[in-house]
Design a binder for this molecule. Structure first.
Ligand code: ADP
Length: 367
């Protein structure tokens, strides 16, 4: 039977377990032997007990569990050719020829690098008698299929990434809680949310909670000084009888000169210029936690089925696919193209091409 492995890598995201469950079970139903690599790429490099055969029962109950039960890690050795050679050896010795990687753009880049080097690793291992000629013959190609697990919704070419909606929901719940105390005391709250290069969580949370002002990296608050405008908006809303002010800031928020916009500064401005009692709340890792919402379970499950299908229909000479959602359809695109587009967003922001960054963010304009 085909031997297929799944691993989760990079920042954990709710729904990764639902991916592992669906990949394992759909693979088994298609007659494949399914493996889980524990601790992300570190498990590939370490081999041994970190690469485990899974059965139907191994993933029972995993749908509703947050994070990733097979572990994830940031792995330095996998960024070296030496480390990836060891990973290749471990896979070949287990007889595994395909990997489904669920992670962010870093993990997916690593996966593609690994695939592109594969023939040279096989050659090297054979030359040094670390694998047999027969093993080398059977493992000429490595199949890689990507699934995007990321709470930030920061991958180009897909409408939504696995974990983002759950995280957004957590943020909304937190802001709802903050709202009650803000209203009681007539306070302002500056709420800092995750998103280093991507303002999706901040922007959507702003809409979903009716925030007064949102700061995101892709769209700085105009050329002119944003401080008077912020005060103006907050004051206007207060004059309309609003007893609370909510400002949502993405952790990577920037002004037009690429200077970070800090929550503490916003707090000081509202306090000093408007005399509003203002507090900062950094939501931090609670945004990552907890059980995935229904839509992330569904997304993870149907994308994972598609990932196994993509493995089973893959050809040696086609580029690695990335499973994506576009206009409510599950489909696939070139993994490397999607990763490159994602890097282009960061590059456009770095070059102050903000309109271009927004365009690249929205897959409908990206191609
Ligand atoms: P994310 O997948 O969430 O973007 P990282 O960027 O931290 O997270 O990447 C996770 C892991 O993927 C890294 O620790 C490393 O092992 C691997 N990786 C990332 N980029 C590369 C690369 N260019 N080459 C090889 N491996 C990489």
């Amino acid at each position: 039977p085909r031997k297929i492995a799944i691993l989760t890598s990079g920042g954990d995201a709710p729904g990764m377990n639902a991916c592992v469950r669906a990949v394992v079970r759909y693979g088994i139903s298609k007659g494949c032997a399914m493996y889980a690599v524990y601790e992300g790429y570190q498990g590939l490099v370490d081999g041994g007990n970190q690469i485990r055969l899974m059965d139907w029962k191994s993933v029972r109950g995993w749908m509703r569990v947050g994070g990733t039960s097979i572990g994830t890690a940031r792995c330095k050795p996998f960024q070296t050719s030496e480390g990836r050679l060891k990973a290749a050896e471990n896979l070949i010795k287990e007889g595994i020829d395909s990997i489904i990687v669920c992670g962010g753009d870093g993990s997916l880049t690593g996966a593609d690098v690994f695939r592109s080097e594969w023939p040279s690793h096989v050659e090297n291992l054979k030359k040094n008698d670390r694998i047999t000629t027969e093993q080398a013959e059977q493992h000429k190609h490595l199949t890689i299929v990507g699934l995007v697990g990321s709470i930030d919704n920061d991958m180009s070419s897909t409408d939504i990434t696995i974990g983002a909606v759950t995280s957004l929901h957590r943020i909304c719940e937190a802001v709802d809680s903050i709202n009650t105390t803000a209203m009681s005391h007539s306070r302002a709250f500056v709420v800092e949310v995750m998103g280093r290069h991507c303002g999706w969580l901040a922007l959507m949370a702003g809409i979903a909670t009716g925030a007064d002002f949102v700061f995101i990296p892709e769209r700085p608050p105009g050329e002119e000084d944003w401080r008077p405008r912020l005060c103006d908006v907050a004051q206007r809303h207060r004059q309309m009888g609003k007893r609370k002010t909510i400002i949502i800031v993405a952790e990577g928020a920037l002004d037009t000169s690429l200077k970070p916009i800090k929550s503490e500064e916003i707090k000081d401005i509202l306090t000093e210029r408007l005399g509003i009692d203002t507090r900062v709340t950094t939501l931090g890792h609670v945004q990552r936690g907890g059980s995935p919402c229904a839509s992330d379970r569904i997304l993870a499950t149907i994308q994972s089925v598609e990932a196994v299908r993509a493995v089973l229909t893959s050809k040696p000479d086609t580029p690695s696919p990335l499973i994506i959602s576009r206009n409510n359809q599950i489909t696939s695109t070139s993994l490397m193209k999607a990763v490159e587009l994602t890097h282009e967003v960061a590059k456009a922001i770095g070059e102050k091409k903000f309109a271009r960054a927004m365009e690249l963010r929205d897959p409908q304009f990206a191609e």
